[in-house]
Design a protein around this ligand. Structure first.
Ligand code: PLP
Length: 361
């Protein structure tokens, strides 16, 4: 069995060490004689798993005490609704639309109130981050919403918007734990873990405590109130138990690597290898304005759809998987998350160089 270099945008590559550990513990977790999959979530062994996961995440992100960490289900998509249901007290919020995920969140919020588009980069196929230094934010807005790293288009907010004192809500699905973050600048940070943390099925919500109230929009189901989950330690009902266990292992792995500062260093180094090549290549080119480039998701094209398809096939033959771009934009996309080793990016560049030499007319 040979492992490939997997550039999938999500579900995505996980650290090999974590997978091996999980395999070792599959039949007997820590002397319990059972798999974590088979364990009651009310057991002492499981309580320790979820408590440790939360503790390690708090340490990694330096999460202040007045923030709750929730392990939920329903993916990022359910947060598109939970956020307005819980936070849109005045029924008005501002959305910055920088891609498909931000747009979906914006549209979902319209079901609940007046969602206002504060800025958008749709005019240039979401290839840049709009200027957010002086947006038309009004006093009656409950929050300002961003998708911090745009997985499909490969842009990243390197500077947070000026929210003029309003609470900032951020979908960080595809840049979660990729670099140190000042949690206190946000009201809510959330993300599906299947991009940069763990297996699909878990969404982590980090939310400032004062936002967790009974005062949700009328008709909000019990399961969709942050308070329900906060009051019950993310175990109001059966949590995605095995997924949380794997996330916990990834947190331990990240700590062992040196934490988020070290991950940032490695991620920047990996991204630079690829972007430097794209900038000098005569065949491939990046699609994003330079100052807005993501270090997690790197889209690129040859400018010829047939050649793109030929490259994806060539890459696959060379052990590089899932380089096809999102179905909505075409071209290629390399997702180079925390668990992608530098060797994978180096190999990718080598294969691109070879393809270029053979195909440049
Ligand atoms: C993948 C992704 C989503 C959608 O996640 P689901 O878990 O499928 O709901 C939302 N936002 C971002 C930034 C993503 O990368």
């Amino acid at each position: 069995m040979a492992r490939v270099f997997n550039f999938s945008a999500g579900p995505a590559v996980l650290p090999e060490e974590v997978l091996k550990e999980a395999a070792d513990e599959m039949l007997d977790y820590n002397g319990t004689g059972m798999s974590v999959m088979e364990m009651s979530h009310r057991s002492k062994a499981y309580q320790e798993i979820i408590d440790t996961a939360e503790k390690d995440l708090r340490e990694l992100m330096n999460i202040p005490d007045n923030y709750k960490v929730l392990f939920l289900q329903g993916g990022a998509h359910l947060q598109f609704a939970m956020i307005p249901m819980n936070l849109m007290k005045n029924r008005k919020a501002g959305y910055i639309v920088t891609g498909q995920w931000a747009k979906k969140a914006f549209q979902e919020a319209k079901l609940f109130g007046n969602a206002v588009e504060l800025a958008s980069s749709a005019d240039k196929t979401f290839s840049y981050i709009p200027d957010c230094s002086n947006l038309d934010i009004t006093d009656d807005m409950d929050y300002v919403y961003i998708c911090e790293n745009n997985t499909i288009y490969g842009t990243k907010f390197w500077e947070l918007p000026n929210t003029k004192g309003k609470d900032l809500v951020a979908d960080v699905s595809s840049c979660f734990l990729s670099e140190p973050v000042d949690v206190s600048k946000y009201a809510v940070i959330y993300g599906g873990v299947q991009k940069n943390i763990g297996p699909a099925g878990v969404v982590i919500v980090i939310i400032r405590e004062d936002l967790i109230t009974e005062d949700t929009l009328p008709g909000t189901p019990t399961m969709l109130k942050y308070k329900t989950h906060a009051d019950n330690g993310s175990m109001y009902n059966t949590p995605p138990a095995y997924g949380i266990y794997i996330c916990g292992k990834v947190f331990k792995w990240l700590k062992k690597q040196g934490g988020l500062a070290e991950m940032k260093k490695r991620n920047e180094e990996k991204a630079k290898i690829l972007y430097d090549f794209l900038d000098r290549s005569k065949l491939f080119k990046g699609t994003v304005r330079k100052e807005d480039r993501s270090i997690m998701n790197v889209p690129f094209v040859t400018g010829d759809e047939e050649l793109d398809a030929k490259f994806v096939k060539f890459a696959k033959e060379n052990g590089l998987e899932n380089l096809k771009g999102h179905r909505s934009v075409g071209g290629m996309r390399a997702s180079i998350y925390n668990a992608m080793p530098k060797a994978g990016v180096e190999k990718l560049v080598k294969v691109m160089e070879q393809f270029e030499a053979e195909n440049l007319k």
